[in-house]
Design a protein around this ligand. Structure first.
Ligand SMILES: CC(C)(COP(=O)(O)OP(=O)(O)OC[C@H]1O[C@@H](n2cnc3c(N)ncnc32)[C@H](O)[C@@H]1OP(=O)(O)O)[C@@H](O)C(=O)NCCC(=O)NCCS
Length: 337
């Protein structure tokens, strides 16, 4: 019997949770570190409900003989830096086991049409990388990789043998380091505006970024490491508990989140980043952490190389599709005059 694509409704949430739990079990086949509890539909339900409650949420459901066999729920973001955009979160899309990937374009078309009508020409989707066919299905919808989410097992830390470079001191940041951190705060943004990332950095965001970095030592959740050379702070890494800062589907138990890693240009390529990671991971292991999550722009060469070298492996992508906004008026109708 034919598959019907209909509006997603609140009554479908428990069924959607069952599909998500199945999908997550498959994802864990590739990445067993991912949290087991979301294989339970009762636990997965909270995640789908959270997606459904987001601003501007709307969904499409694929139904056969009254049974939900696939869904896509998307929400709308209007704030900087994303601006007007449509989002599919990690819990926002799943198909029943064995169902054809051809359902994906149908559910995306229904939700995406609504976005385009509302002026959302940037579409984002968070997807697991566990199933190459699933990734390919999104690529065929003209999405591309923008951000990589990656996990590292701290029990298999490959950087633990590397020595700290001579003359470099590594230590935890304290209250007296706010100014030094403020000075390091521009490094990541400067890397991201460069080729081949070209991620725009708004001038009005600079003061906030600087203040955010300067506040890190006072943040009880943050653990910040600094590298000093000749008494000057030249590199830093900041870690948070993943439980409070990472999508629950991607946060194993006892997991840290590496939020920032930065070294001044002149300090790079000498093993300071690696030494910071080694100290941070040794501390993390001692405090009972078993995994570290991070995410980075896929086109950021320094981050991509450095983090892969530390042993991080991709578990999810943030995909983006930017649609030609002329579609709002250029729909093939002949103009008058
Ligand atoms: C990512 C970043 C923090 C790495 O810091 P770093 O101090 O340069 O890191 P390391 O020196 O340990 O490693 C970098 C490279 O130097 C190499 N290296 C390490 N020790 C070395 C040594 N003693 N001599 C020569 N090269 C060395 C590493 O093998 C690595 O090479 P690779 O890129 O081919 O893997 C830094 O490049 C940076 O600040 N980038 C911009 C900010 C950014 O994008 N941050 C990530 C987003 S959160």
């Amino acid at each position: 019997m034919a598959v019907e694509i209909v509006d997603f409704t609140v009554e479908m949430l428990p069924e959607a949770a069952r599909l998500l739990a199945h999908r997550h079990a498959r994802d864990r086949g590739a990445y067993p570190a991912l949290p087991e509890r979301f294989q339970d539909p009762a636990q997965a339900l909270g995640l789908v409900e959270a997606v459904w409650k987001k601003q501007g949420a709307a969904g499409a459901a694929a139904v056969r003989r009254g049974e939900l066999i696939g869904y896509l729920i998307g929400d709308v973001v209007t704030e900087a830096p994303w601006e007007r955009s449509g989002w599919v979160r990690l819990a926002g899309c799943a198909l029943a086991p064995g169902e054809s990937l051809e359902i994906l374009p149908d559910v995306y078309a229904k939700v995406g049409a609504r976005w385009v009508d509302h002026g959302c020409f940037a579409h984002f989707a968070m997807i697991s990388t566990a199933d190459p066919a699933w990734v390919e299905a999104w690529f065929r919808l003209s999405f591309g990789v923008e951000q990589v989410h990656a996990l590292l097992s701290l029990t298999e830390d490959p950087s633990r043998q590397a020595p700290t470079p001579k003359g470099v001191e590594i230590r935890r940041a304290g209250p007296g380091d706010a100014e030094a951190l403020g000075r390091l705060s521009t490094i990541i943004g400067s890397e991201l505006v460069r080729e081949p990332v070209w991620a725009a950095r708004l001038p009005e965001s600079l003061a906030q970024t600087r203040a955010g970095w300067a506040e890190l030592p006072a943040d009880p959740e943050a653990v910040v490491w600094l590298g000093f050379e000749a008494g000057q702070a030249v590199a830093s890494q900041g870690y948070y508990p993943a439980a409070s800062s990472v999508d629950p589907l991607l946060a194993p138990q006892d997991c840290l989140h590496l939020t920032v890693a930065a070294a001044l240009d002149e300090a790079r390529g000498r093993g300071i980043g690696q030494a910071l990671a080694r100290e941070a991971f040794a501390w993390a292991r001692k405090s009972g952490q078993r995994y570290c999550h991070t995410d980075f722009r896929s086109a950021n060469r320094s981050a991509s190389r450095f983090l892969s070298r530390q042993g991080f492996h991709p578990v999810a992508y943030r995909l983006v599709r930017r649609i030609d906004s002329r579609i709002a008026w250029a729909r093939g109708a002949e103009q008058d005059g």
